[in-house]
Design a protein around this ligand. Structure first.
Ligand code: ADE
Length: 243
């Protein structure tokens, strides 16, 4: 079976969104991966079809009910028993290229998108969900985060990138230890509005081109991402992980 992303959301209409375009969308059309989207509201049981309730302890906002989320997760797990279940939340493990590589190795993902203040903690505990964040900022819900996770994963599936350059060469790819930002790119014309393509790229010497690209990647990383640079240059031997 193709790698499957199964999204649980209160806003199913936003999918596939950008996942239906470009390389991810072409991969979806070719059946290289599949997307299924379930409306959490389908699992509401009361007359008002309510999915949320006020938080214990007071405070603003609403919390997604454990019974409703549980029913949605149980159904998704029955359909995909080997999939990894993920809850998108700013308190989760930050998404990085290594995590995307780990997730593509899973048999598929069930992605729970929260809204409002969050999800009742007990249902997260019961299902031992892995929590993933897409960055240190707060989105209005998990949907955009789920799209980011799925996009970062499906482009690693065989065939999805097509003839596009190897993912090894891009930022955080496995080239140069996986720690450098990508070098700049150029296409024709050789001179555009008075700006020339660097001579090193025009000479066609493979080794020279590779050395130039590495120097550029190093300079870019040193200037923009001192955190990555410290790991790459060996100043920080924790591999960038918090200790
Ligand atoms: N939901 C809201 N903000 C989020 C974030 N930064 N990452 C993942 N899920 C979220």
């Amino acid at each position: 079976m193709a790698w499957t992303a199964h999204v649980l959301t209160l806003f199913p209409e936003v999918f596939p969104g950008p996942l239906g375009a470009s390389l991810a969308g072409a991969g979806l059309d070719k059946g290289l991966w599949t997307l299924s989207v379930t409306d959490i509201r389908n699992f509401a049981t009361n007359r008002h079809r309510s999915v949320d309730d006020t938080p214990y302890g007071g405070g603003g906002g609403m919390v997604l009910r454990p019974d409703v989320v549980d029913a949605a997760l149980e159904t998704a797990k029955r359909a995909q028993p080997a999939a990894k279940a993920v809850y998108l939340t700013p308190r989760g493990r930050p998404l990085c290229q290594d995590l995307a590589r780990a997730l593509v190795a899973a048999e598929g993902l069930i992605l729970l998108c929260g809204r409002y203040e969050g999800v009742d903690e007990r249902v997260l505990e019961k299902h031992a969900l892995s929590e993933v964040s897409v960055g240190d900022y707060v989105l209005s819900g998990g949907e955009l985060a789920a799209m980011v996770v799925v996009d970062s994963v499906v482009r690693l599936l065989p065939g999805v990138m097509g003839n596009a350059a190897s993912p090894k060469e891009e930022s955080f790819g496995s080239g140069f230890g996986g720690l450098l930002l990508e070098h700049p790119h150029y296409t024709r014309p050789a001179v555009w509005q008075g700006r020339a393509v660097p001579a090193e790229l025009q000479n066609g010497h493979h080794a020279e081109i590779r050395a130039w690209r590495r120097r550029q990647a190093e300079a870019m990383t040193q200037a923009r991402r001192p955190d990555l640079w410290r790991v790459y240059s060996g100043e920080d031997d924790t591999g960038g992980r918090e200790t």
